[in-house]
Write a protein that binds this ligand. Structure first.
Ligand code: HEM
Length: 398
């Protein structure tokens, strides 16, 4: 009798160049077995765009029926069963049709001028004399905290508190004690959100927290459901931080792109989409479990099998993006939506994130003359996570 070899354990550690482990790369070889660090359960990584999209959009694959104890890869698995990322169709559709319009491009457009001011103020505060500066701590992080405060309609202090919560719940799961720690953080986030929701229902304003609360209340969702949905949104708000950091270091590698965008600022949109496609993306989506047997091309998936769709593979699939490793802002398929997911859980914050990325990068690269990395790109240190981001982005300018 031959025994199947024990699969490797999933690692969040990036390679020296900041790319994720090679099992997240595109492959035509079918599903790749990997063991989850805590439960040691074998799950299968999907590594081509078609399979990834199918898993994300086909109701035969479920988020709600994952077992949080066995199948959690990140802290999102430990959110309340009423949290958005644990709801299946039709419950998620029922909530989403009320709140998705609040996040539309048109809905968020009026904030753009204020977001530009946020960037300008922060850049104005960087003292020229004390270079180098770490853009992560001195620009990207405070930019996101302030941009969230603006769009959510909360104070800077509230936004800083929520940012801390976000950092405690959206983390990788690597050790048995993580579940209790992350569960506690979610509960604290819900307690905090509950007060915020009540305050906004009593004193409504134009911010997203107020509008989401009012929409869900009007549609007769109970308080628990409103707070659970709000918790997912509040935690998600801060994810652009890592994406911004990676986008910036990639732009330093492409001065020609910066020049082109400076000449024609309408190109910033395409440029940021391509930065996200090529490198500034999460490595994987959340796992899904098959709720019945499914034939996936040559593969047979059995009910109960858990799949981990590789986002990195989907955006570097050569059938979709010719020469995927090459940065090209002139691709026919310029807008790479798959970086924000697909199907019923498509990211609510996609338009906001695009706005923040475009504005913050444009202001950064057009305000500080001769801006460059203080060291070499090769020497950047990358930190582990569901997105690999540089630990520091030290820069100097003229
Ligand atoms: C560049 C920044 C961002 C990226 C790359 C990103 C990416 C994603 C992805 C890939 C998903 C789907 C996960 C899955 O189905 O497995 C998702 C869901 C979600 N995102 Fe984002 N996100 C970003 C920013 C934001 C922001 C600013 C918000 C704030 C509103 C947000 C809120 C959410 C929520 C609430 C969900 C769950 C939606 C649902 O289950 O219906 N995200 N995001």
């Amino acid at each position: 009798m031959t025994c199947a070899p024990t699969p490797k354990e999933l690692s969040f550690q990036p390679l020296a160049n900041g790319n994720p482990q090679s099992y997240f790369d595109f492959s035509r070889d079918g599903l790749f077995p990997i063991a989850l660090p805590v439960s040691k359960k074998t799950v299968f990584i999907a590594r081509d765009a078609e399979t990834v999209r199918l898993i994300m959009t086909d109701p035969r694959f479920s988020l709600a029926r994952l077992d949080p104890e066995e199948d959690s890869v990140t802290g999102t698995g430990y959110q309340s069963p009423d949290g958005l990322l644990r709801l299946d169709v039709p419950r998620i559709r029922n909530i989403r049709r009320r709140i998705t319009p609040l996040f539309s491009e048109r809905g968020i457009a009026p904030w753009r001028a204020e977001v530009e001011k946020i960037a300008d103020v922060l850049l104005g505060e960087l003292p020229h004399a004390r270079q180098p500066h770490d853009l992560n701590k001195q620009y990207f992080e405070p930019f996101v905290v302030r941009a969230v405060a603006l769009s959510a309609g909360i104070t800077l202090d509230e936004s800083s508190t929520l940012y801390d919560f976000s950092n405690r719940v959206l983390v990788r799961v690597e050790a048995p004690q993580d579940e209790a720690r992350i569960g506690t953080a979610w509960q604290e986030l819900y307690d905090y959100s509950s007060d915020l929701v009540n305050e906004k229902l009593n004193n409504p304003d134009d911010g997203l927290v107020s509008k989401i609360s009012a929409e869900l209340k009007k549609a007769c969702f109970d308080d628990h459901e409103i707070v659970a949905a709000m918790g997912t949104v509040l935690a998600g708000f801060y994810t652009p931080y890592g994406i911004l950091s990676v986008s910036a270091v990639e732009l330093f590698q492409h001065p020609d792109v910066v020049q082109a965008c400076k000449k024609d600022p309408t190109l910033w949109g395409r440029a940021t989409d391509e930065l996200m496609r090529r490198k500034a993306h999460f490595n994987f989506f959340l796992p899904r479990v098959a709720i019945e047997d499914v034939a996936l091309g040559r593969e047979e998936i059995f009910a109960g099998q858990v799949l981990l769709p590789s986002l990195h593979a989907a955006v570097t699939d050569p059938d979709l993006f010719a020469s995927p490793g090459v940065y090209s802002a002139h691709r026919a398929r310029a807008r790479c939506n798959i970086v924000f997911g697909a199907g019923p859980h498509f990211c609510l914050g996609a338009a906001l994130s695009r706005q923040w990325l475009q504005v913050s990068l444009e202001r950064l690269f057009t305000t500080l003359p001769g801006l460059r990395l203080a060291g070499s790109y090769r020497d950047l240190e990358w930190q582990a996570g569901s997105i690999s981001m540089p630990k520091q982005v030290l820069v100097i300018w003229d």
